[in-house]
Design a protein around this ligand. Structure first.
Ligand code: NAP
Length: 246
């Protein structure tokens, strides 16, 4: 058990990468807060964890809303009394080429992917500082590191996540908090299901491993960075993308 009795908040824990992470962390002994906007999926994942003997609560959250995020952290403390791990994973896309991208689409993605990551980290650090230990893992993307057609807003947020990760690693390292990021490539989830099959086939061709990633590939990376095995890893961006950019 690599996370025995650790309390982990997973935002976006109801679907895709977050769901896979919740299920893996539960098997590794963590006590979970499944934090998602999507109540139905969140409750389904909660039942799955409980049915397999794990411990979890569901907390509905909109990470782009500061008050909602404060409630999420409060619920974790009220239920478990501590927060060891934050997987800052919730994120959205709303794509458009630069020439056509609306202000609304720009702002929506900024609010969730950038402000949301900031709000969630800020909400958990008082507890982690008091504990003298904690792990924050943010979710960037291959798009944030190398750019991607039609993703001005998304790439901006995911590059911003890298900047925040490195800044917080410097600010919080001395307080026993490790801050790292995972930058997934193209992974089979609801998010990539929106991408036309032709585009995904092209992406697959570009990956030296000749396949898209599975949610478990990312959950494994989150697990490593959340575990004690990564106690000396701080401020890094772990690229889990099959080598697509090589
Ligand atoms: P997903 O399947 O769409 O799941 C995301 C989850 O986050 C959904 O349950 C969604 O709820 C929830 N969510 C959306 N907005 C939220 C908000 N404001 N507050 C709380 N929860 C919210 O996405 P995914 O593919 O697992 O992506 C997870 C993370 O990995 C994201 O940050 C994404 O940018 C990043 N990523 C993914 C890929 C990929 O290829 N899949 C690649 C690089 C990076 P709803 O269903 O109600 O919207």
């Amino acid at each position: 058990m690599r996370l025995a009795d650790k309390v982990a908040i997973v935002t976006g824990g109801g679907n895709g990468l977050g769901k896979e992470t919740v299920l893996l962390f539960a098997r590794e002994g963590a006590k979970l807060v499944i934090a998602d906007f999507d109540e139905k999926s969140g409750h389904e994942v909660l039942s799955q964890v409980k049915d397999s003997g794990g411990e979890a609560i569901f907390q509905q959250v909109d990470v782009s809303n500061l008050e909602s995020v404060k409630q999420m952290a409060k619920a974790a403390i009220e239920h478990y009394g501590r927060i060891d791990i934050l997987i800052n994973n919730a994120g959205i896309t709303n794509d458009g080429l630069l020439a056509k991208l609306s202000k609304e689409a720009w702002q929506q993605v900024i609010d969730v992917n950038l402000s949301g990551v900031f709000y969630c980290a800020q909400a958990v650090i008082p507890t982690m500082i008091e504990q003298g230990k904690g792990k924050i893992i943010n979710t960037s993307s291959v798009s944030g590191v190398y750019g991607n057609f039609g993703q001005t807003n998304y790439a901006a947020t995911k590059a911003g996540v890298v900047g925040m990760t490195k800044t917080w690693a410097k600010e919080l390292g001395g307080k026993g908090i490790n801050v790292n990021a995972v930058a997934p490539g193209f992974i089979e989830t609801g998010m990539t299901a929106k991408v036309p099959a032709k585009v995904l086939d092209k992406m697959k061709e570009k990956v030296p491993l000749k396949r898209l990633g599975k949610p478990r590939d990312i959950a494994n990376a989150y697990l490593y960075l959340a575990s004690d095995e990564a106690d000396y890893v701080n401020g890094t961006v772990l690229h889990v993308d099959g080598g697509i950019v090589l």
